[in-house]
Write a protein that binds this ligand. Structure first.
Ligand SMILES: *Cc1c(COP(=O)(O)O)cnc(C)c1O
Length: 379
C-alpha cells in the first residue's frame, strides 16, 4: 500500500466533492435539469475568468481551446505575434503554423518573462498583426508574464490579445476584462481541480469581429456554432456531462472561498516553497518572475534530476514534475495549483529532502521542512 501525493502542474488533485459529483448517475444533456447546471457553470466560469464576455466549454484538453482560438480568429496568411518563453509559448507558434498563419516570434530566454515593450515595438513595426498570443504562467519554466502590461500595449491596436491561462486560471490573478484580454483559454485539470477533458475559451467583442472575417477551417471547434447553441442554453454537440457537473462543484468551492482567498492560498504555498528552495541551498529557475502556480527548481550539480523525480514517485508516492524539452533533467517542478494545502507541501518537501539526502546532496536534513513550517506559521 502506498498513499500518493500529486504536486504536478496538471493534472492536479481532485477534491472529494468533485469525485462525489462524478460518481452520480448520468443525466441527459438536453433537459431543463442540465440547462440549469450549464447556466450555473457559465456564470461561475465568468466569475473565475473575471469577465462579462461569453465563455464556452469544449470537450478537449486545454490545447483544444488553444486551437479553437487560432482556427476561429484567423485566416491562412494572416500575421500574428507569438511569445515563446517555454514549451507552451512554442505551442502557439506550432498551432498557428499548422493553420498557415505567419508567425512573428518573440523569443524570450526560458525562465524570464516577456518585456511588454517588445510586443509594443513589434506591433508598431508591423501594423497588419491580427493577434498576439501569450501565456499567463509558462508552466514549463514556472515564469509568469505581466498580462496587465501586455494588455495595455495591445488594446489600442487592431490586434486581439490571446492568453493561454491553462495553468494560471483560478490560481493567480487574471482580470480578463480589466486587462483587455480578448481571448482567454484554459483547461479543467489545473486550477479548476477537475480531471482533464474540458477546454474553456472566453471571447470579447473585439474578438467576435475578427471571427466574422476568419477563414481558417473548423468544424467541432466553431465558436459561432457554440454561440448560436448557447442562445438556447445548449451546446452544438454532446457536452462532457459528468465533467460539467463536477465543474459545477469545483466552481462552487472557488466561489465559497472567494477568488481573492484562492489567490492568497496559492501565494502562501508558493512563498513557502520558494523559502524551502533557499533554505536547502537550491536555486529557482525563474527567480525574477516566479509564479505562484508552479515552482521550477534547478537540479543541483551532480544530482540526476530525472532519477530524483522518479524516486520520489516510485519509492515514496510523491509525484512532482521533471523538466520538459530543453529543461529535461535540468529542473524539477513542484506545483501548488488547485486543491493543495500546507500538509501537501510539507509531505512533498520532506520527501524531497529524503531523496536529495540519499542521492548525496549536501545540506542539513530538516531545513526545508522547517522553512515551510515557519512560512506557514507566519500565515
Ligand atoms: C497544461 C498546459 C497546456 C496544455 O494543456 P493540455 O490540457 O495538456 O492540452 C498549455 N499551456 C499551459 C500553460 C499549460 O500549463
Amino acid at each position: 500500500m502506498k498513499k500518493s501525493y500529486l504536486l504536478t502542474p496538471g493534472p492536479t488533485p481532485l477534491p472529494p466533492q468533485v469525485c462525489e459529483a462524478m460518481a452520480r448517475p448520468i443525466i441527459h444533456h438536453r433537459t431543463p435539469q442540465f440547462q440549469l447546471i450549464l447556466k450555473e457553470v457559465t456564470e461561475g466560469l465568468k466569475y473565475v475568468f473575471q469577465t462579462k464576455n461569453d465563455v464556452f466549454v469544449f470537450v478537449s484538453s486545454g490545447t483544444g481551446a488553444m486551437e479553437a482560438a487560432v482556427a476561429n480568429l484567423l485566416s491562412p496568411g494572416d500575421a500574428v505575434i507569438t511569445v515563446e518563453g517555454g514549451k507552451f509559448g512554442e505551442r502557439w507558434t506550432q498551432i498557428c503554423q499548422a493553420y498557415g498563419i505567419n508567425t512573428e516570434v518573440i523569443k524570450v530566454q526560458w525562465g524570464e518573462a516577456v518585456a511588454p515593450h517588445k510586443i509594443e515595438e513589434k506591433l508598431n513595426n508591423a501594423r497588419r498583426i491580427k493577434a498576439v498570443f501569450t501565456t499567463l504562467c509558462e508552466t514549463s519554466t514556472g515564469a509568469v508574464n505581466d498580462i496587465a502590461a501586455i494588455g495595455k500595449a495591445v488594446k489600442d491596436t487592431n490586434a486581439v490579445l490571446v492568453v493561454d491561462a491553462i495553468s494560471g486560471l483560478g490560481a493567480i490573478d487574471l482580470e480578463t476584462d480589466a486587462w483587455f484580454c480578448d481571448v482567454v483559454v484554459s483547461g479543467s485539470q489545473k486550477g479548476l481541480m477537475l480531471p482533464p477533458g474540458l477546454g474553456f475559451i472566453s471571447v470579447s467583442q473585439k474578438a467576435w469581429k475578427l471571427i466574422e472575417s476568419s477563414r481558417c477551417p473548423r468544424y467541432y471547434f466553431d465558436l459561432k456554432a457554440a454561440k448560436k447553441a448557447w442562445e438556447s442554453t445548449d451546446t452544438p454537440f454532446t457536452p462532457a456531462i459528468t465533467l460539467i457537473i463536477a465543474l459545477c462543484e469545483s466552481l462552487k468551492m472557488i466561489k465559497q472561498d472567494g477568488l481573492e482567498n484562492v489567490f492568497l492560498r496559492h501565494k502562501k504555498m508558493a512563498d513557502a516553497t520558494r523559502l524551502v528552495v533557499k533554505a536547502l541551498g537550491l536555486e529557482l529557475f525563474a527567480p525574477t518572475c516566479a509564479s505562484d502556480v508552479v515552482t521550477a527548481i534547478k537540479v543541483p550539480q551532480g544530482i540526476d534530476g530525472e532519477k530524483l523525480v522518479k524516486t520520489m514517485r516510485d519509492t515514496y508516492g510523491v509525484t512532482i514534475a521533471g523538466g520538459q524539452a530543453e529543461l529535461k533533467g535540468k529542473v524539477f517542478r513542484i506545483a501548488h495549483i488547485g486543491f493543495i494545502e500546507e500538509s501537501d507541501i510539507i509531505a512533498c518537501i520532506s520527501c524531497l529532502e529524503k531523496v536529495l539526502h540519499q542521492m548525496g546532496y549536501k545540506f542539513e536534513l530538516g531545513q526545508g521542512v522547517k522553512a515551510a513550517e515557519e512560512a506557514f506559521l507566519k500565515g
